[in-house]
Write a protein of this length. Sequence first.
Length: 166
Amino acid sequence: MLRMGTRRTRLWGGAAAVAALTVGVLLGGAFAPRSEAAAQPSVGFTGEVGIILNVVDPSKAADFERVMDAYIETLRSSDDAQRARMGSGLKVYRAAEAGPNNFALYYLVADPVVSGGNYAVAQILADEYMGGPPENGDEVRELYEAYTGSLQGGGQQTINLNAVVD
């Protein structure tokens, strides 16, 4: 039979271990190095039309628009036929109304979607901007920092659309 003091000690010891593990996981994730390629996963669509909703800090809207311009122009001028098709179907819209917390809402619309295409901004710029690596390293880093800095207002959401009435 367990004495009450021993049971209470085990309970507190277990709680302390769980708390330490939780803090370790959170701190480890916060300080773990992330490569630029890992920062944005592959972005693909399964619908006929794809939308990426970007929630942007309004004070960094010009940075975001500059990156989108470089991204779309890079796709449209690509020697890769799939990427050139992806670029030809892309448009960026800014909502006239402010979003939650006065964030700027941008919609990247892919119409039509290129099946199997990776629309990840960081990957496209790293692979092809200004002729690709290694010549584009500094420029891509600057664009990547402007891009991620502008999205601090809430990030992105990918939406797949299929027509139900045409």
